[in-house]
Design a protein around this ligand. Structure first.
Ligand SMILES: [Mg+2]
Length: 126
């Protein structure tokens, strides 16, 4: 069975590109453009989701609130959470670390970089 990734980002271009690249890499993808919907998807699919690729800056609830909710719930905390961060924002990394983020991917990124990084984080070399 292929691994499942939930991608959460409010920018449609990033969501579409990320979905395309990760599908090419053989992953199953779920997408959401906001924190509220993302948590509903997690609630319904937590047994199935291996990793959440999570934007921080989104209208309404931020990515941090999703990270916090996932890592503070025994049902969800096995899911790896990878934050999308902007290179210059060291603050994001510090705050994310405190809240339990497993890894970071800095924007902008190439498809190849993204795929390699995700595979590395998931610990497989297929
Ligand atoms: Mg955003």
């Amino acid at each position: 069975m292929s691994q499942k990734i939930l991608v959460v980002d409010d920018e449609p271009d990033i969501l579409n590109l990320t979905e395309k690249f990760l599908k090419l890499g053989g992953f199953e993808i779920l997408t959401s453009s906001n924190a509220k919907e993302a948590m509903r998807i997690v609630e319904e699919n937590y047994d199935d989701i291996d990793l959440i690729l999570l934007d921080i800056m989104m209208p309404g609830r931020s990515g941090y609130s999703v990270l916090e909710e996932v890592k503070n719930n025994v049902k969800f905390k096995h899911i790896l959470v990878v934050l999308f961060t902007v290179k210059s924002f060291n603050e994001d990394v510090q705050k994310g670390k405190k809240l339990g983020a497993d890894a970071y991917i800095t924007k902008p990124f190439s498809g190849k970089e993204l795929l390699n990084r995700i595979k590395e984080i998931l610990g497989n070399n297929h």
